[in-house]
Design a protein around this ligand. Structure first.
Ligand code: NAD
Length: 309
C-alpha cells in the first residue's frame, strides 16, 4: 500500500513544453530578423533502430518550432576522413548553426578525431574539448544536453541544490561528469561514483540529491536512499520490452521526496534543452544580434565562479 510520503514526481514533459513554447518564439524572432530559420544538422553514420528513433524525434521536434533541421547520412563503411569532411562542410555552411554527430560511431572511427572536427561554436551537445573545458572552469560553453536536462529538471522544479550533498553515479564524459560539474557550480557538495566504487550504498545513503546515469537497471533501490532524498534517474534501459531507468522506482518512490520517472523524466527534457542550445548558437553566430538580450528560452546559466569560493 502506498505510504503518505510518496515522492513528488518530477516530470519532464510539462517543463519541455514550456521550453519549446519559448524556443518557438525565439525561432520566430530569429527568422524574422535574420531572414532564415536557425539550422541544425545531424551527422549519422549507418542507421540502426535506436538512432533512427532518436533522429526522427529531433527532426520532428525542430519542425514543430520552425527550426530548419536535417541530416547528413554516411554509409556504415564511412571512413574517419569522410565523417570529418562531412562535419567540416557543416562547420563552413553559414545556414547551419548547430551540428550533432550521432553516437555511437563505428569502432573503426576514432571518436576523438570527429569530436575535434566540430566547430565549438556549433557544438550544441557540448562534446568538443573546448566546451568540456569551459564547463570544467565554470564558464558558459555548450553543455551536454542530457546532463543539462538532469540539472535543469531540479532547477525548474524548485529543488534546492546549494549546500546539499549530491551523489552522481556514472562518470561518462557526456552525462556523469558534466552533471557533477554543474552540481558543483550550483554549490552542491558532490561525490562521483562509478563502476569501481567500493561501497556505492554508503555514498548514496548520505546523499540529499542522487543523479543516476549508469545504464544499470535497479542499481539504486529505495532501501539505499536517505529518506527525503531527491532522485534524478537518467538511465534508459530496455527490460522485458519496457523502458526502465537505473532506479528501482517502486521502492524509491516510497523513500524519496521527489523522483524523475522513466520514461517521462529527463528524457523528454533532453531534446527541448538541445533546442535552446541551438537558439543560443544561432544567436551567437548572427553578428548584428550580438548586443541583444539572451533568448528567452535559454535556461539560466549560473555566473562563472572565476575560481574557488
Ligand atoms: P556510459 O556507459 O558511458 O557510462 C556509465 C557509467 O556508469 C560509467 O561511468 C560507469 O563507471 C558507471 N557504472 C556502471 N556500472 C556501475 C555500477 N554498478 N555502479 C556504479 N557505477 C557504475 O553511459 P552514459 O552514456 O553515461 O549513459 C548512462 C545512462 O544514461 C544510460 O542508461 C543511457 O542510456 C542513459 N542516457 C540517457 C539519456 C537521456 O536523454 N535520458 C541520454 C543519454 C544517455
Amino acid at each position: 500500500m502506498p505510504s503518505a510520503s510518496r515522492a513528488r514526481l518530477l516530470e519532464g514533459g510539462p517543463i519541455a513544453e514550456e521550453i519549446r513554447r519559448a524556443v518557438a518564439e525565439d525561432v520566430a524572432t530569429f527568422t524574422a530578423r535574420r531572414g532564415r530559420p536557425p539550422g541544425l544538422r545531424v551527422v549519422i553514420v549507418g542507421r540502426d533502430a535506436p538512432s533512427a528513433v532518436y533522429l526522427e524525434r529531433i527532426l520532428r521536434g525542430c519542425a514543430k518550432v520552425g527550426i530548419d533541421a536535417g541530416f547528413v547520412e554516411l554509409q556504415g563503411e564511412a571512413t574517419e576522413a569522410s565523417v570529418t569532411a562531412a562535419v567540416q562542410a557543416l562547420n563552413d555552411d553559414p545556414a547551419v548553426d548547430g551540428v550533432i554527430v550521432q553516437m555511437p560511431l563505428p569502432p573503426t572511427i576514432r571518436l576523438r578525431s570527429i569530436i575535434d572536427a566540430i566547430d565549438p561554436d556549433k557544438d550544441i551537445d557540448g562534446i568538443h574539448p573546448l566546451n568540456a573545458g569551459l564547463l570544467r572552469l565554470g564558464y558558459d560553453g555548450f553543455l551536454p544536453a542530457t546532463a543539462h536536462a538532469a540539472i535543469e529538471i531540479l532547477r525548474r522544479s524548485g529543488i534546492e541544490i546549494a549546500g546539499r550533498d549530491a551523489v552522481v553515479i556514472g562518470r561518462s564524459a557526456v552525462v556523469g561528469m558534466p552533471a557533477a560539474f554543474m552540481l558543483v557550480k550550483e554549490d552542491a557538495t558532490v561525490t562521483v561514483c562509478h563502476s569501481r566504487t567500493t561501497d556505492l550504498a554508503a555514498h548514496v545513503a548520505r546523499a540529499d540529491i542522487v543523479v543516476v546515469a549508469a545504464g544499470r537497471p535497479g542499481l539504486v533501490t529505495g532501501a539505499m536512499l536517505k529518506p527525503g532524498a531527491v532522485v534524478v534517474d537518467v538511465g534508459i534501459n530496455v527490460v522485458d520490452g519496457h523502458i526502465v531507468g537505473d532506479v528501482d522506482f517502486v521502492s524509491a518512490v516510497e523513500v524519496a521526496s521527489a523522483i524523475t520517472p522513466v520514461p517521462g523524466g529527463v528524457g523528454p527534457l533532453t531534446n527541448a534543452i538541445l533546442l535552446t542550445h541551438l537558439i543560443r548558437a544561432a544567436e551567437r553566430q548572427a553578428p548584428f544580434h550580438q548586443s541583444s538580450a539572451a533568448p528567452s528560452a535559454t535556461p539560466a546559466q549560473p555566473v562563472p565562479s572565476g575560481g574557488d569560493r
